[in-house]
Design a protein around this ligand. Structure first.
Ligand code: ZN
Length: 299
């Protein structure tokens, strides 16, 4: 049980998705722990009272600006006030209650009110219910919420899942990606960095062939890249054989890898290729991650 969870239990707050949900002064509030100790995201559902003046609005922002250590960033995103907050004391001294109390009181004093509009259709008519959108508690119409859940579900179901065509693409891409490496090898150079191209090409072809991006994509690209490196090494051996008038067959390849004058070069080439694949993994993984599509989470 982490610190925030313990705190939630102590105070009787709902805890979910590493966040606590509470209501204070009529405001819906989500408090989410950040990876950094004592840092939190605060999400408060607000709207401006029709009578609120610009100077009131500015006055509230000035209050936050006066404590830059505590309120490190703040922004309005629709009817969500998002604050990156650093707690001034340990959680057991309950800085959360203090800051929420202070914030909600200050909001009211500066003409803000708890949001009463639907987060999805922006209408305030009718009954609104609680929904978690990307883990943030908001108000929505039950019908709007159901509609959005259906829509998200339909989008997820509608995505074509061509894992096997993607796999074929990844292998083709890896093979094509070996070409620059093979060309320079043919001229007697070893430019291991070119093995990075194998991974990039493999991933590009995976996408082109409709491969879905899932948690396993990284592992798949790792294996097809390794396949590419081994394939390239085998192709170099095959080139050496054919240029010396030997037929390309497994028996001859095995002999070549044992031939004292050539085998050290082949093994070295393979080793360098694998080493550069290892070096390029963080870059490659980042590329895959950038493509990971995140669909709206609503519950
Ligand atoms: Zn609505």
């Amino acid at each position: 049980m982490n610190e925030l969870q313990k705190y939630a239990k102590l105070k009787g707050y709902e805890f979910k998705n590493n966040s606590i949900y509470l209501m204070q002064n009529g405001f819906d509030i989500t408090v989410r722990a950040l990876m950094v100790p004592q840092m939190y995201n605060l999400f408060i559902q607000v709207e401006r009272h029709p009578g609120e003046t610009e100077s009131q609005f500015e006055g509230f922002l000035d209050l936050l600006k006066q404590k830059p250590q505590e309120f490190q960033r703040f922004m309005f995103n629709g009817r969500t006030l998002h604050i990156v907050w650093r707690a001034t004391s340990k959680l057991k001294e309950d800085p959360i209650s203090k800051v929420i109390n202070w914030l909600t009181t200050s909001l009211r004093e500066h003409g803000f009110e708890p949001n009463s509009h639907c987060a999805l259709c922006s209408d305030s008519e009718g009954i609104v219910t609680d929904a978690l959108i990307e883990g943030i508690r908001m108000k929505t119409h039950p019908a709007c919420k159901q509609g959005m859940i259906q829509q998200v579900k339909a989008e997820q179901d509608g995505k074509p899942k061509n894992f096997f065509t993607g796999l074929i693409g990844a292998l083709i891409g890896a093979a094509i990606g070996t070409i620059p490496w093979l060309v320079v090898s043919w001229f007697g150079w070893y430019v291991g960095v070119l093995s990075v191209i194998i991974g990039i090409s493999s991933f590009a072809f995976y996408r082109w062939f409709g491969g879905p991006i899932t948690k396993r994509t990284k592992v798949l690209i790792l294996f097809t890249t390794l396949f590419g490196v081994v394939f390239a090494n085998y192709a170099i051996a095959a080139m050496i054989l054919s240029s010396n008038g030997y037929t390309i067959e497994l028996y001859n390849v095995i002999l070549l890898y044992q031939e004292p004058s050539i085998s050290p070069v082949l093994w070295e080439n393979l080793g360098i290729g694998l080493l550069f694949v290892a070096f390029s993994l963080p870059y490659l993984y980042r590329k895959v991650q950038e493509q990971e599509t995140t669909s709206l989470v609503i519950e």
